[in-house]
Design a protein around this ligand. Sequence first.
Ligand code: ADP
Ligand code: MG
Length: 628
Amino acid sequence: MATGKINVSVDNIFPLIKKFLYSDHEIFLRELISNATDATLKLKHLTAIGEAKVEYGNPIIEIKADKEGKKLHIIDQGLGMTEEEVKKYINEVAFSGAEEFLDKYKDSGKDTGIIGHFGLGFYSAFMVADKVEIITKSFKDAPAMHWTCDGSPNFELKEAKKGDRGTEIILHIADDSTEFLEDNRISELLVKYNKFMPIPIKFGTKTETLPKPEGAKEEDPAPTKEVDNIINNPVPAWTKQPADLKDEDYKGFYRELYPTQFEEPLFNIHLNVDYPFNLTGILYFPKLSNDLNVQKDRIQLYQNQVFVTDNVEGIVPEFLTMLRGVIDSPDIPLNVSRSYLQADGAVKKISSYITRKVADKLASLFKNNREDFEAKWNDIKIVIEYGMLSEDKFFEKADKFALYPTIDNTYFTFEELQEKIKDNQTDKDDKLVILYASNKEEQHSYIEAAKAKGYEVLLMDSPIIAHLMQKLETSKEKISFVRVDADHIDNLIKKDDTQISKLSDEEKESLKTNLEEVISDKGYTVQLEAMDSESSPFIITEPEFMRRMKEMQSTGGGGMFGMGNMPEMYNLIVNTNHELVSEILNTKTAKKRERLIHQSLDLAKLSKGLLKGAELTEFIKRSYDMVK
Ligand code: ADP
Ligand code: MG
């Protein structure tokens, strides 16, 4: 029997481990199962290359909770440790056996999937245990060893009786950590961290129903048997080759990842690179709503099939954090700050690789099945539009497949749209005027007015669309986006047949005075325009610039300040060629004129959705009076 001092420089490392090194005590189990997995994978490798002359078999890892004894056991059938190895790998805290193994078997060992240093590794056990034992028997011909440590730097090492190869770690769970003896809590951890680890993990047993024997009666119960409860899928889809997977397999894996998601994903992207960094994974495009906030933190990050986190901020470009799926890469540094991550060269490469793969996938979907792509557009546009806004590289690619649907569901690419409207939708400066609506219902009368004149009206209703339009206007030549209610169509788009006002200058002067006397609301600027007699007499418009700035401010970014307090500014456009306007001008009694103006203004407000509250009540009363 040997006793000695664990070789650490500070005497009191254990309280430190416990309090400061990990905020998440629960990761101890992930660390110990990772070590058990490594021990098994190492043995697999050594038997494969003939260095270990033992039968590899079908090893599993077992987790056993002993609630009465307050002990948690992690048992593996891996390569075990000799006395020398325990001294070297366990007693030297700063020494990683995984690193040494990978170093030694550099060429043959690089695809073994060995997990190795996650952080503090084995010693994280002391976050939840006040005493830890290791009983281990090497695959080599050497006596089994029993190591015990009570949380002080003093350990004890003696020979043990253990016949079969492998290692058993026994944690004497501390009084403040008894949650880790509860079946539910353990299951929760195993599902969270170990669901896709490469060696089968057993936790308890379960009852399996067997087929009824031949000749059994209807009422006879089916026979059952107790089988190992294996909690993980050791060969998850992302570790396989894309060529070996069918659409059904991808969908099945999605359900495995998100058992509570009932909606099927729209499509997936299989990631697979090994140079200049190592990364595998599957990303899914889910159906996305317009709510940007509820759908974050869904992609799961793994390292060698061990779950690390579901916060991939800094690793995946922001706009893709709305996707789902897994990314597995041993090249992403862990336990470092987000700002460090973003500056890390490998992480930058990973991020731009993912962006490129997503853009390429979308481009091929667009090219190969445009109809289907159009059908999915509404569910994926938010990601694409967000990506175009935030990543220039993505913008370049997406500009070729991003779609601009019209109110009547015709989908144009930007280039197609330009081609379609270039001859009859330009303004005085020959700028292309792209008309759009953000709400079919609210802007209905304006949409109809534009359509009546043969113009295309797009439906642009994403929450960030104002930002994207701004970006398109600055990156493309001579275009401007104008919402249908931003001005009167005839003021926006150059026409050959300019209308001449039927009113003389004096008449206009007196009309304007009349109107301004009645309309006391300072938020409206009266504007007289000569339009065709078919156009509405009164139209309320809200200039594009102001409205868009406000929208941009409310959806973040834009860098605008002070805009929040801006009053609403509207133009009241009065069509001097309309019959009703002539009537207003020629009415003899001031009282009747006033009533006509009020009524017309209210109708214009109603059509813009601005008539509310007391004004609406009064309008309804006045209307009844007029029709009775
Ligand atoms: P790392 O996993 O990064 O090497 P750890 O602190 O987790 O660091 O483990 C230290 C070393 O202890 C391992 O590299 C391995 O050599 C040894 N070890 C730990 N657990 C086991 C185990 N279950 N079976 C065999 N060796 C183990
Ligand atoms: Mg480890």
